[in-house]
Design a binder for this molecule. Structure first.
Ligand code: ADE
Ligand code: ZN
Length: 355
């Protein structure tokens, strides 16, 4: 495990850190920025490679983990797409998703909005039906057995063309009848720089007309202008990351005024070197400045921490108070795509918890 991974340290069984962990785990929260392929832990990755007869360029789980030292977003994406090659069957997608849902429940997640990248799989000859079937079966079973609900956000890979995004949408749409209760949104991820929002304006307009909720990664590595363009040209309701919005004061004011949620992923930003030290993260400044920020894990198997680890690491590095941690959990519920009745139910649970 990399040395800066919060998972390496055994959680303290008593003392202030244990109190903080217990408080964070108990906070009812939503996770809104999670790539299911980025939840594939090395142990399961090895198991799926064995099951599917796929050779890996690493001898051991430890050797693979040791390779998780990234210089930037692209160096991570290279390993992330290579890791996803072990996902072949419906059962593989089911196992990966079920493992995440169990882990999310342990972190106090009441609802998860999960991104998945069909093109990462269809490009290797895996049918989109297989991807949907495995993920959806796990979400339905997890909801029944744990009460944790899940929605799906189908994300287009922005390093590919808009034409390929349209083709993916066309292949997925017949499945909406079967999975429409889960598949509620469309997202945009992968290499940000050089792939501006405008590249996907037409396909996002089409998705909006079809009634999908829209999100896009912007302002992670790319400039604040990409955040503005994601809002104006793609008409998204939430920005994934968005931490570079601060570079444009007028944009920042707009985010505050319109209460546009940012799904911030602090440990991801650290691992991908968006910043050098978590103490330099702007999460606390954004929160205190009135931006609707939420805390999420992005690709927890690669970045060394699930959602609760992100809350805890930020509390420690940025001096967040219990009220501020509760405000982040409240934002996550409010910024979710759940219907109002369900949001209100979760908000009542949160209020009871902090009282
Ligand atoms: N795909 C998976 N994780 C991502 C991230 N952090 N940024 C862009 N694309 C991604
Ligand atoms: Zn992401």
């Amino acid at each position: 495990m990399p040395s800066n991974s919060p998972e390496t340290a055994a959680p303290p069984s008593s003392g202030p850190d244990a109190d903080l962990r217990a408080f964070v785990l108990g906070l009812p929260k939503a996770e809104l920025h999670l790539h299911i392929e980025g939840s594939l832990e090395p142990e399961l990755l090895f198991e799926l490679a064995r099951r599917n007869g796929i050779a890996l360029p690493y001898a051991t789980v430890e050797a693979l983990r040791a390779a998780y030292a990234f210089g930037d977003l692209q160096s991570f994406l290279d390993l992330y797409y290579a890791g996803a090659r072990v996902l072949i069957t419906e059962r593989d997608f089911y196992d990966m998703t079920m493992a995440y849902m169990r882990r999310a429940q342990a972190d106090g997640v009441a609802h998860a909005e999960i991104m998945f990248d069909p093109q990462t799989h269809t490009g290797r000859g895996v049918a989109i039906e297989t991807v949907f079937a495995g993920i959806a079966r796990a979400l339905r079973e997890a909801q029944a057995s744990t009460g944790v609900s899940g929605y799906l956000i189908l994300s287009f890979l922005r390093h590919l063309s808009e034409e390929q995004a349209f083709a993916t949408l066309a292949a997925a749409l017949p499945l909406r009848e079967q999975y429409g209760d889960l598949w509620i949104g469309i997202g945009l991820d992968s290499a940000e720089r050089g792939n501006p929002p405008e590249k996907f304006a037409r396909v996002f307009a089409h998705c909006k007309a079809l009634g999908f909720r829209l999100v896009a990664h912007a302002g992670e590595e790319g400039p604040a202008a990409y955040v503005r363009d994601a809002l104006d040209l793609l008409q998204v309701e939430r920005i994934d990351h968005g931490v570079r919005s601060e570079e444009d004061p007028a944009l920042l004011q707009r985010l505050v005024d319109a209460q546009i949620p940012l799904t911030v992923c602090p440990l991801s930003n650290l691992k991908l070197r968006v910043l050098r030290d978590l103490r330099d993260h702007n999460l606390a400044r954004l929160l205190r400045g009135g931006v609707m920020v939420t805390v999420n894990s992005d690709d927890p198997a690669y970045f060394g921490g699930y959602v609760a680890d992100n809350y805890i690491a930020c509390a420690q590095a940025l001096g967040l108070s219990r009220q501020e941690l509760a405000a982040l959990a409240r934002n996550s519920i409010e910024a979710s795509f759940l219907p109002w009745e369900q949001k209100e139910k979760l908000l009542r649970r949160l209020t009871a918890y902090i009282r």
